[in-house]
Design a protein around this ligand. Sequence first.
Ligand SMILES: C[S@@+](CC[C@H](N)C(=O)[O-])C[C@H]1O[C@@H](n2cnc3c(N)ncnc32)[C@H](O)[C@@H]1O
Length: 343
Amino acid sequence: MKQARLFQLQENELPPAETTKPQTTRRERLPRLDKHPDLRQRLLAFCRLKAGEIWEDPVSGHRVGVLNAAREEDVQRLTAGYRIALAVNDPPYNIKVGNANTQQLSKIDLKDYLVFSQKWVSHTVAVLAEHAHFYVWIGADYREDFQPLPDFIILMRQWNATLRSRNFITVRNQRGFGTQKNWMWVRQELLHYIKGNPPFHVVYTDIPKILKGYYKTVGGKRTENLERSKSDTIRPGNVWVDIQQVFYRMEENVPGCYAQKPLKAILRILETSSQQDDIVLDLFAHSGTTLLAGEMLGRRVFTMDIDPIFAEITIRRLEHYRRTGKTGWQWRNPFPELEVGEG
Ligand SMILES: C[S@@+](CC[C@H](N)C(=O)[O-])C[C@H]1O[C@@H](n2cnc3c(N)ncnc32)[C@H](O)[C@@H]1O
């Protein structure tokens, strides 16, 4: 049977090439779902949640809903009176991704995008704890006056009685897009706001400190910066250059997803900006990276996706991690039942 053959392959062995298909489908057992409406229809049969339903994790108390972030009632139902210490949101950016303007990440009129943003931000702010962190990933389209990044930043001023801007982080991607006539676009933006005075825990990268030369006299002794530092490695600062973008050879890769954030980035946010047993909120689950990071670090995560397929993938990723210790499926299929009887 094809399924048995597929899953007997060794860890780093590639699936058999199917020469008539585009590259991504040759490599991954499930193609980008936003480009395959027919496949989406078949996958819906394997989803345990329907629109409006919430899955309660019997082990760690996480929650995953098929809900709409723009609906106040949905956010209230998901959070059920609990106060959120950390919100990490990665909404659709209103930018074409990989030259595809597809249903899930389609570009809408900027005014409508801001109305949508206004709703999900205010529903999130309403459930924050007295002291809380609020992060949002957001993009800028150079072909359209860098929308929506500046518009979103200005929109956020609506909440300046509650939230204070804290930082503006840029994550550098290894691969980018652009032509020989333009600077290659390798950036992802992450805005950080706080409510009250939440704790922040310093973390370090694996990048060694190499620059000496900043001298200071301490206790009568002339010291240079490496002697004085608390760590041999540098802090991430607000330009993160040490995070690999997810691609099909990485264990954490989730085939079918097209906007997956690297686990390392989300773990960093949770480590610095939340503590054990805190509740973390993510209204745009997709591949379930925030849920997985919460499980790894002992935070409870409440998350949702408007799409039942991504809610299902999110739950399956957690279950797969608990069963195998693996953070994703690499090129394998999160829906193996799809392959039964095929071939
Ligand atoms: C950029 S992706 C999030 C990626 C995620 N951080 C990860 O690492 O996989 C955005 C997700 O938001 C979902 N989405 C779009 N509109 C939504 C809405 N109104 N409410 C909830 N989810 C929505 C999409 O289905 C998509 O899965």
